[in-house]
Every structure is written in C-alpha cells, then in structure tokens.
Write a protein that binds this ligand. Structure first.
Ligand code: PLP
Length: 367
C-alpha cells in the first residue's frame, strides 16, 4: 500500500544531514528546527502561527481543550474519519455530534451541519478527507455569527486548496485552528509521530503554546494545567528536509490518480473518486467505491496488491460511542461508504509498471 523505503532512498542524504545537525548540537527538545518548521508550515497554510506538537491527535485535542468545554457542550463532526477526530472531542470533555457526509467527496455535509447546530454547539470539526477540502466557506459562514469555532482536521490535507469566491484558499487558512498530522504515512510524514497546529488568532496561538508545555509560557510557572506535547526536534529536522518536496509529491499523486481514473473508466463496477470542481486534491488516498468490495479485497490480497479500507466502521457505530444513541441507518451515506470504499496505492514513487499491476488486478477481478 505504501513503500516508505522508496521515498527514503530519494531523500536519504538530505534528511540524514538535517538529523546530524540536531545530533551535533544535542538540542533534542525544542531545538531550532522546531520554530523553523513552525514558520514554514504556517506559510504553507497562509496562517500567522504554527505550533508544533506531539501528534495529529494532540493537534486536535489541544484546540478543543482551549475551548474549555462544559459537560453537554456539543462539537459537530463527521463519522467517516479516523478515530482521533471524535476521540479528541470526547477527551476534551465535549459531546461528539455526528452528521452525515456528502456521497461524492465523503466530506461532512454542510446542510446536515446546519440542521445539527443547537445552542450547545461550541465547535465544528470538518475533516479534509483523503486530501480534498471540505466546504469551509459554507461551514465558516454558519459558524462565525453563532460564535462557533471551526477546527480543521487537516491531518490528510497539508497543501490542499479550494477555490472560494474565485480565490484559492488553502487548508489551515480559514479555520480557527487547524491540526496536521506528520504520521509517517501522511503526505508530509516524519520518521515517527508528530503534529502541528496553525492559527491566525494570536490569543489562540499563545494558549496552544502553553497547553503543549504544561500550561505555562515560562518554565515552572503554570497558569493552567497543560501537558507535554512537544514536537521532537529530530522530527522537525526530518520534516524541514522533506517539506520542499511536498508540492512535487502531491502533483505526482494527482498524476497517478488521473491514470487510475482513466484506466477504470470502462469498469462500471468501479466508481473512481470524485474531486469537487472547486478543489485541488492532494490524494493522500485514492479511494474508489467498488461493487462486491470485500471480494475485490480478497482478490487483491491474493494477487499481492496493497489496499486498505478507510474506514470500515463509521464512528457513530463504534462501541465506545454507543451511549450517544446512534443506530444502524442513522447516518446512511457514511454507512454505505464504509461498505463500498477501497483505497489503492497512490504514493508518489509508484512506477507506471506498478500502477498497471494494480489496474490489471482490479480489472481482472471484474472481467
Ligand atoms: C483524519 C485524521 N485525523 C487525525 C489523525 C491523527 O493523527 P496522528 O496519528 O498523528 O495522531 C489522523 C491520522 O492518523 C487522521 O487521518
């Protein structure tokens, strides 16, 4: 599904040199590479501040904590995402409110969000799933007048763009705070865990810097209770060395996606992913809807072709959220997607021959 060694071979010298610089200085905690990366990722996001943290999970948890949620406060999100999106809402003391997705993009449906807003709604967490942005213009328009914060889960979407009112806006630009993950498999992946928050709200940035460092801007002074969620300097160095390649890698992913989509055009059982015409997709995943998905999966496994189901169980049907009272059929579009989706290998270093192998295996199954 993903060959990280192939990428390693292309950037090895640069990354090892950057890591050696950290090792030579022995500045492992909050060394120079961390603020440097914070500035660079803020730039990519058209945001004022970047605040490194330990993971993409913490990049959502800390802004949610910064909302000081009270019992019963609601945070609206999508059920069709990685667990962390809703797990962090729960862990910050909020009640996740799941609403359905759009069948084309798999992203949260703004009309469903609008219907779910109540006086207890404190935030909306849209996810830019698989690398294409959710409809942030609609979401921010309904959130702002109500004092509801938008926290973008951009774990899968660093560098993704969307045209709004004729202008390109990037992930991280419009939300109150945006969370990124640098999990190794992400488009910009560290060599371990890592994450970052970006925001253009000065007060939020100060607060998040404190929350990631035990609640104090000054050592041994704690204005509130925070945690240890720093981005490791070695990881920041890896990411800084990789960042200049990000745009090229994402373009390569788009190229692969176009190749697959063309190759599946005459296979009616396969529905290639749909890019909203307003979006520039970064194809963190290339996710098809497939008839007889489970059988196709078994076939690909037999043929030795990488694949994965993101995500087999929508979060409103997870046992840990049973108390929220959702049933089978509560959010039918997400439930249907969970039965139909299949992600195929899309990493930049894939060769034409490898793409053809994937295509042949899929076509072979339906022939
Ligand atoms: C949509 C989404 N949100 C949050 C996360 C959490 O990121 P991390 O694994 O870095 O904690 C991930 C990735 O794993 C993700 O895909």
């Amino acid at each position: 599904m993903l060959d990280l060694v192939a990428q390693y071979k292309t950037i090895k010298d640069d990354v090892l040199r950057a890591m050696m610089q950290v090792i030579e200085t022995q500045q492992f905690i909050m060394g120079q590479a961390v603020p440097h990366l914070e500035v660079e990722v803020a730039k990519v996001s058209h945001a004022k501040h970047g605040i490194g943290c330990a993971s993409g999970t913490d990049a959502l948890l800390l802004p949610l904590k910064a909302l000081n949620l009270e019992p019963g406060d609601e945070v609206i999100t999508t059920p069709f995402t990685f667990f962390a999106t809703a797990g962090t809402i729960h862990n910050a003391g909020g009640k996740p409110v799941f609403v359905d997705i759009l069948p084309e993009t798999f992203n949260i449906d703004p009309a469903a969000v609008k219907r779910a807003i109540t006086p207890r709604t404190r935030a909306i967490v849209p996810v830019h799933l698989y690398g294409q942005m959710a409809d942030l213009m609609e979401l921010t328009a309904m959130a702002a007048p109500r004092g509801v914060k938008v926290i973008e889960d951009a774990a899968q979407a660093i560098g993704a763009r969307r045209k709004m009112d004729g202008e390109w806006r990037v992930a991280g630009e419009l939300g109150w705070v945006t969370g990124y993950s640098f999990f190794p498999s992400k488009n910009l992946g560290a060599w371990g865990d890592g994450g970052m928050m970006v925001t253009s709200d000065d007060a939020a940035a100060d607060r998040l810097r404190k929350l990631r460092l035990h609640g104090g801007a000054k050592q041994y002074h704690h204005e509130e209770v925070g945690t240890n969620s720093r981005l490791d300097t070695l990881q920041a160095a890896v990411l800084l060395a990789k960042l200049p390649h990000l745009a090229t890698w994402s373009a390569k992913r788009r190229e692969h996606a176009a190749y697959y989509t063309k190759a599946f055009a005459d296979v009616p059982e396969v529905k290639p992913p749909i890019t909203d015409p307003a979006n520039e997709h970064i194809f963190h995943q290339y996710t098809i809807r497939a008839q007889r998905r489970d059988d196709l999966q078994a076939h690909l496994k037999k043929e030795g072709i990488g694949h994965a189901v993101y995500y087999p169980i929508p979060l409103h049907r997870q046992p840990c959220f049973a108390h929220l009272g959702y049933k089978d059929g509560s959010l039918p579009i997400a439930e249907r997607a969970a039965h139909e989706v299949l992600s195929l290998p899309i990493y930049p270093e894939l060769t034409r021959a490898q793409l053809d192998q994937v295509v042949d295996a899929v076509r072979g199954f339906y022939r």
